[in-house]
Design a binder for this molecule. Structure first.
Ligand code: NDP
Ligand code: OXD
Length: 310
């Protein structure tokens, strides 16, 4: 019985292999490029696997995504059909994301980019902002991460809204569902947070049409996936003043190329896909438990729905 691990960063691969091996002593764990007996490989733990990465393993039972998103697995055109995909989620991931969302929503709410610019110019200017109770924050995606982020924002006093594909009920959050309620939701978002999975339906969702539906001067935080955003539409909306600021954690190309205009844009904050970055000791505990449970029962709660795309 063996497990292969595939992560683009070699140092990280070794870190994860060591952690997983300590937790799964009955298994042999290999890097995917040196898998040992391919017949024995029954699980693959992966982040952004190469196209065709799973083809050498005829007895694979499941793929484990080293994260909540599975878009990087579904991107493989040669992915074996009907292969179960297990997400790696848990309270550490949701805790980190709620911290990130609270930090950046508060930063936009309290106009910190303008205050920081004033400090650079040694300008003493008291900006008056409304209290959180008069600031409307909308969260796109109300799953593990978006649902927790919305609850956190509501607990900070924000007028909190949430939008998802199917209807959700969350205390203190006004919820909207489906395409039919999308425009009403957007019209009420002074700050918009994207925590959607990347699917056919959500690719390019953060575009000129969406920005035009937000109140003028709104700001946007994208911690979902880079391809949710149409980059030129964002630059145009910032130039025209329709948007005041954007905080972006995820990008079409990661790492963000050094010549990319986002790096130096005064109204864009770039963070390097760290909104909720799971560490190997924590993630390995979740993955080991999921592999053991899947091995024993053929089921885990964190199974993704590949047809749905998340
Ligand atoms: P979940 O699967 O738990 O939740 C996804 C949510 O998005 C659900 O509420 C779902 O609606 C909603 N949704 C999906 N498609 C649509 C649609 N077409 N229209 C409206 N709503 C839709 O995912 P998580 O919360 O665990 O993670 C969300 C994403 O966050 C991940 O896929 C990943 O891309 C990103 N992520 C980013 C990280 C970072 O560090 N930047 C870290 C981890 C994840 P419904 O509930 O009705 O099904
Ligand atoms: C994830 C991520 O999907 O880190 O977990 O982006």
């Amino acid at each position: 019985m063996s497990i292969v691990v595939s992560i683009p960063d070699v140092d990280k691969t070794n870190w994860w292999i060591d952690q997983l091996q300590a937790l799964l002593p009955g298994w042999t764990i290999h890097p995917i490029h040196d898998p040992g007996d391919v017949e024995k490989v029954t699980y693959a733990v992966v982040w952004k696997p190469a196209t065709g990465a799973f083809l050498p393993f005829p007895n694979l039972k499941a793929i484990v995504s080293l994260g909540a998103g599975i878009d990087h697995v579904l991107a493989d055109a040669e992915l074996p059909r009907q292969m179960p995909i297990i997400r790696t989620v848990g309270t550490d991931l949701t805790q980190r994301m709620r911290e990130y969302v609270a930090l950046h929503v508060l930063r936009h709410h309290r106009d910190m980019p303008a205050i920081a610019a004033n400090q650079r110019d040694k300008r003493w200017k008291q900006l008056v902002v409304p209290p959180a109770t008069q600031r409307r924050v909308g969260v796109m995606g109300l799953g593990n991460l978006g649902g927790t982020a919305a609850r956190t924002l509501a607990s900070l006093g924000f007028e909190t809204l949430g939008w998802s594909r199917t209807r959700h009920e969350i205390d203190g959050v006004t919820t909207y569902a489906g395409d039919g309620e999308f425009a009403d939701f957007l019209a009420r978002c002074d700050i918009l947070v994207c925590l959607l999975p990347l699917t056919e339906a959500t690719t390019g969702i953060l575009d000129a049409r969406l920005f035009a539906r937000l109140p003028q001067g709104a700001s946007v935080i994208n911690a979902g996936r880079g391809p949710h955003l149409v980059e030129d539409d964002l630059l145009a909306a910032l130039d025209s003043g329709q948007l005041s600021h954007a905080t972006l954690d995820v990008f079409h190309i990661e790492p963000l190329p050094s010549e990319h205009p986002f790096w130096a844009h005064p109204a864009i904050t770039v963070t390097p896909h760290i909104a909720s970055l799971i560490d190997a000791p924590t993630g390995s505990r979740i993955i080991a438990a999921n592999i053991e449970r899947f091995e024993a029962t053929g089921y885990v709660e964190d199974l993704a729905d590949a047809e749905r795309g998340y």
